[in-house]
Design a protein around this ligand. Sequence first.
Ligand SMILES: Nc1ncnc2c1ncn2[C@@H]1O[C@H](COP(=O)(O)OP(=O)(O)OP(=O)(O)O)[C@@H](O)[C@H]1O
Ligand SMILES: [Mg+2]
Length: 380
Amino acid sequence: MNEIFKAIDYRHTKDMYRSVYLSSVNIPMVNNINNIATAVIALIGAIMVAIGADIPGFYLTVGSLVAFIAFLRQFSRPFNSISNMMTMIQASLAGAERIFQMMDQKPEPSHASALWRSFKAEDGQYYWTDGKDVKKVLGDVKIENVDFSYFPGQPVLKNITLYAHPGQRIALVGSTGAGKTTITNMLTRFYDIDAGTIYIDGINLKDIDRVSMRRSMTLVLQDTHLFTGTIYDNIRFGRLKASDEDCQKAAKIACADKFIEKLPQGYNTVISGEHSNLSQGEKQLLSIARCAVSNPPILILDEATSSVDTRTERLISKGMDNLMMGKTTFVIAHRLSTIRYADCIMVMDHGQIIERGTHDQLIAMKGRYYNLWTGKAELQ
Ligand SMILES: Nc1ncnc2c1ncn2[C@@H]1O[C@H](COP(=O)(O)OP(=O)(O)OP(=O)(O)O)[C@@H](O)[C@H]1O
Ligand SMILES: [Mg+2]
């Protein structure tokens, strides 16, 4: 890995040197050519002025020479600007190339063959429909014998089986790289599984339209993305039709109301996206409020309680608890205290579930979880 990084870094440094060299050579070079041209013309002109009178057709007055040099300067000015602009144009082209790469990305396969879609009805509940039947989204998740690898031959998940009944709280713990986030990527179908089956409410995940399925679940990630706009706009992103009152209610559920009310213009305060002056914890509270406003039956919380102070952490876990009420929830946490009351805790290692059970059962088992809880082992 180190070698690969070194090679890439070396190439980057070389290209960087070249680009700085070319852009700094360009402008002085054009200026110098202009200056030399002016000097040569001035010299020839001076000779013509001095001795031109003796040679027929070679004479030039001083006035004409000065005028000629002035025009020459004006003539060369656009070329100077073009050379200045060349550097900018090159940089913009490099940027444009990246944008085009992005635009050329193939969209996810068509949903034309999908049988089931989910929708949110007037009553605020989510339903499945295949055009004939309509049934409520309960949030019953079954993952059976699932294998997955990001690259062929390097399995990341091996024979994963787990169930989450409606309203249950399932916790995933394990060291870095164990495959916790990968399981959630399977559920949201950001990737397709290699083997096994995933069912939601008894429907095979492959038969559900991706876009509408994602509408019935929400993710709270550690790195919250906010955009420039008011607090209302940022919360409403969870459900675009939500009214101001809905947003306020959601903020209350998320325990975000206290800090929002302290802001200069309350809910109408404009925050400036990624560089906003909100703390990491406050951003997380906003993202919980965002989930509360969309209120989907399935919730995925990935490492949401790290890198905040204890007071904010308490607020966040209270907000999460409110949010989780009555929903099927998958919690990935690096702090064991946050998952203590989960209905079932899965301890993962190298893509496999090595222990499962409630907190008390796992403690009684005196295995990996026991060692983590008692501090004999650490989550790295
Ligand atoms: N997009 C990806 N492409 C290729 N490999 C990936 C990708 N995402 C994760 N991996 C690999 O899959 C394995 C499992 O990663 P995963 O993100 O699921 O771990 P995790 O348990 O969530 O860890 P953490 O606690 O650090 O979040 C790791 O070895 C990782 O390098
Ligand atoms: Mg992860």
